[in-house]
Design a protein around this ligand. Structure first.
Ligand SMILES: *Cc1c(COP(=O)(O)O)cnc(C)c1O
Length: 811
């Protein structure tokens, strides 16, 4: 394990600081101090990084490549120090230099190259792969601008660019000599040479893909894996003086700009698909660069491409990197002279796919004409995959035209990426038990019947190193004091904590820790918005992307309902609550942006209403991101997981909250079901429609939101308050929400679940009043959270899908 002592660290740090900044440490600014520390840590890591790669090559271990359009890493300094096992030592060393490590860590810009859950999952997986000694690397895009920064101005969301590279990124290393060329456009010339067809791609435009590698530090095991992010650059010889001399200066600039646009910006959409050409370019860009570099490395160190799937696993995170399938086929056939059948066998055995959603609006399909023009050879290959698949379908289901249409890859002028991903991979997994069952029984049932053995479940997880050890040091300490520290390597050992659920001393300690974390958050709220919140109130939190299916509206209507009740009876005896929201709306998602406005309008009214004696406060935290999550989650009493049943594939914040001792109020959706199974009905508050009821409504109709509303006075009041000037003098401001709920019949059953949600919240009040009961629930939730560590998830991927984590020394 990496070893260093404090004195050496101090000496190294001072030296590094002077070397980088050319001024004495005493004269440096905080940001300079952060940079020097980051660069020093990277120095410490470099030898281990080289050794890890050498070991992988020498031992010929199976390598996993996790392809994802998003990696939502957050900050790296604190977690790298933690995983190296030197965070405490550095903290003490810096203290001797009068430097506060926590403060330096906060100066790091979040690496926010993702929208939400999907990108954060990829980041947790990288941490777990390295910590479990699995040779697993990330492959993605180095966006110049990450997910936008959210400002709340006059209660509305305003987007500004996330210039995360402004102060340099100390973690990455640019690898010029590992660049790859990616080809777009042009035509394919087919020739018949020596008895076989040759495909010649000509007249294409070239883009240079240059990789930037970031070290991913394993937990105290000397393993450093890599996250490789690709950046698009013009190819030098096409931007040289000869083009200037030919008077093509402007053309050259245009070329440069159009190339750089490819890795310029992350699309700020979550669970929503838009068929934009630039996005298609992004997808092929990183997939092609990634596959080419894998093949290049493999040929150099191993060689026999026919055995590729013995040594390489490529995983695609949702359908965004599905072109890995035809790209690998292209390389094997066009460049390595494989037959179609051999290429297909190797490709399908190498690639595995995770499905993340059943929302229809999120399923990717690309217009054939656009696709063909941008990627002519890749399109040809997909056509051939489709042709062969249809043949198979015809044999299986003769004359069942409709079924074949439904399952085909190319249909009605579109390329359907999920179908390509299922057909071209050997494993398809959902991300929670319920989600996988819905995939098998409903959304992908035709494919499931055809390829039952491809389908499997891998319930999501979160890294307990970031989401507990790093973000909640006091709780970590309590766990170590009570049950030791074996759970750090074996998170399910946390179950031992259950023994202490009714221990008065432990309960007292839990409540003190929660209180301290709430104080920390309250301070931030005060700084950010000047509002003072009561840390004795219930911190009732819903933080996640703003989306109709996640039902922030249900939460908002509930708060309006409680407020009405309090106005009717200001002496009503209920525990005070602080409602905390956070989350970004996609810039083009009008309803979601209106939801943010509504929450802020409710806050403005309630927070300033003296009649209710500060019983309720509503806070919308600006710019929800990983770092803010690390502050909010440990301070939460009540975790809101209230999506419409069947719509949230898994959710991962639900896991982060329980691990930090929050009690969950939830629908039986996604991984909430498994959380309930773990903690038992008495330690979670469940409400709302069941899966069967929702499916029945969607299939057979019979839901009338008007009827539901008209039968409940509370609902009549709150819906009217959306449009009668109660929350904003502009009565039209929230009309769209009103119409969505009533005139468009409330697609996500907000009104239908209102009554059951209100009752569940009353139960929360009752439980919270009983401090011992509440803390015992918190303790049980913590104790059962180990199973939701991404270490468990990654272990399952490794043994169940990738066949990785073992050696091929003798081959
Ligand atoms: C965990 C996390 C998410 C996912 O939250 P869900 O509630 O599961 O949708 C989104 N954003 C950030 C910053 C996260 O840390």
């Amino acid at each position: 394990m990496f070893k260093i002592n404090k004195e050496v660290f101090i000496k190294d740090y001072k030296r590094k600081f002077v070397e980088i900044h050319g001024v004495p440490l005493e004269e440096g600014s905080d940001i300079e101090k952060y940079q020097a520390l980051g660069i020093l840590v990277k120095d410490y890591v470099i030898d281990m990084w080289i050794n890890t790669n050498k070991r992988y090559n020498d031992n010929k271990e199976k390598q996993v490549y996790y392809f994802s359009m998003e990696f939502l890493l957050g900050r790296l300094l604190g977690n790298s120090l933690l995983n190296l096992g030197i965070r405490d030592l550095c903290k003490e060393g810096l203290k001797e230099l009068n430097i506060d490590l926590d403060k330096l860590e906060e100066l790091e810009q979040d690496q926010g190259l993702g929208n939400g859950g999907l990108g954060r999952l990829a980041a947790c997986f990288l941490d777990s792969m390295a910590s479990l000694n699995i040779p697993g690397h990330g492959c993605g895009i180095r966006y110049k601008y990450g997910f936008f920064e959210q400002k709340i101005i006059n209660g509305s969301q305003v987007e500004t660019p996330d210039v995360w590279l402004r102060k340099d990124n100390v973690w990455e290393i640019k690898k010029h000599n590992k660049a790859e060329v990616v080809k777009f456009g042009g035509e394919v010339k087919v020739e018949y040479i020596d008895g076989s067809l040759k495909f010649n791609h000509i007249n294409y435009d070239s883009v240079l893909a240059t990789p930037y590698d970031t070290p991913i530090v394993g937990y105290k095991n000397d393993v450093i894996n890599s996250l490789r992010l690709w950046s698009a650059e013009p190819i030098n010889n096409e931007f040289d003086f000869s083009s200037f001399s030919r008077g093509e200066y402007l053309k050259a600039i245009e070329y440069k700009n159009s190339v750089e646009a490819i890795s310029q910006v992350l699309y700020p959409e979550d669970s929503f698909y838009e068929g934009k050409l630039l996005r298609l370019k992004q997808q092929y860009f990183f997939v092609s660069a990634g596959i080419q570099s894998i093949i290049r490395h493999y040929k150099k160190h191993i060689g026999d491409l026919y055995l590729l799937n013995d040594r390489i696993a490529i995983h695609i995170n949702d359908t965004h990197p599905t072109m890995a399938i035809p790209e690998l086929m292209r390389i094997l056939i066009d460049e390595e002279n494989f037959s179609w059948d051999d290429a297909w066998r190797v490709t399908t055995n190498t690639i595995s796919y995770t499905n993340h959603t059943i929302l229809a609006e999120a399923l990717e399909k690309w217009e054939v004409n656009m696709f063909k023009k941008l990627l002519p050879r890749i399109y040809m290959i997909i056509e051939e995959i489709d042709r062969r698949f249809r043949e198979e379908l015809n044999n299986r289901y003769p004359y069942q035209e409709e079924k074949i249409h439904k399952m085909a890859i190319i249909e009605d002028g579109f390329v359907k990426m999920a179908h390509l991903a299922v057909v071209g991979s050997h494993s398809v997994n959902g991300v929670a038990k319920l989600h996988t069952e819905i995939l098998k029984k409903q959304e992908m049932s035709d494919f499931y019947y055809m390829f039952p053995r491809k389908f499997n479940n891998k319930t999501n997880g979160i890294t307990h190193r970031r989401w507990l050890i790093k973000s909640n040091p006091e709780l970590t300490k309590l766990l170590k004091m009570t049950i030791g520290d074996s759970w750090i390597k074996h998170p399910t050992d946390m179950e031992a904590f259950k023994r202490f659920k009714d221990d008065a001393v432990v309960q007292e300690k839990l409540s003190e820790i929660k209180k301290n974390n709430k104080e920390r958050l309250a301070k931030k709220i005060k700084e950010q918005q000047g509002i003072i919140v009561d840390t004795n109130s219930i911190f009732d939190v819903q933080v996640k992307r703003i989306h109709a299916y996640k039902r922030q509206t249900l939460n908002a209507l509930r708060i309006m309902g409680i407020y009405n009740k309090l106005l009717g009876d200001p002496n009503l005896d209920i525990p005070p609550r602080t409602f905390i929201f956070g989350g970004k709306a996609a810039p083009g998602y009008y309803l979601a942006k209106k939801t943010i406005e509504l929450i802020n309008a409710i806050g403005k009214k309630i927070n300033n209403d003296k009649r209710i004696n500060d019983k309720l406060k509503v806070i919308f935290m600006e710019n929800y991101n990983v770092s803010l999550a690390e502050l909010i989650i440990p301070a939460t009493d009540l975790s809101e997981q209230i999506s419409t049943t069947t719509k949230e594939a898994s959710g991962t914040s639900n896991m982060k909250f329980m691990m930090n001792g929050a009690v969950t109020i939830a629908t039986l959706d996604g991984a909430n079901v498994e959380i309930r199974d773990e903690v038992g009905d008495e330690n979670i508050i469940i409400f709302g429609l069941t899966e069967k009821e929702v499916v029945n409504y969607y299939r057979n109709g019979g839901y009338s939101s008007w009827a539901v509303r008209n039968s409940d006075n509370r609902l009549i009041n709150v819906t009217e308050q959306l449009v009668n000037g109660f929350y904003d003098q502009d009565r039209e401001r929230f009309r769209i929400i009103y119409r969505d709920l009533l005139d468009y019949n409330d697609e996500f059953f907000v009104l239908k679940d209102f009554d059951s949600y209100m009752n569940a919240q009353e139960k929360v009040d009752e439980l919270y009043r009983n401090k011992a009961k509440w803390q015992s629930m918190a303790a049980v939730n913590i104790a059962h959270s180990g199973i939701f560590s991404s270490d468990r998830t990654i272990q399952e991927y490794a043994t169940g899908i990738w066949g990785s984590g073992f050696l091929y020394k003798n081959l």
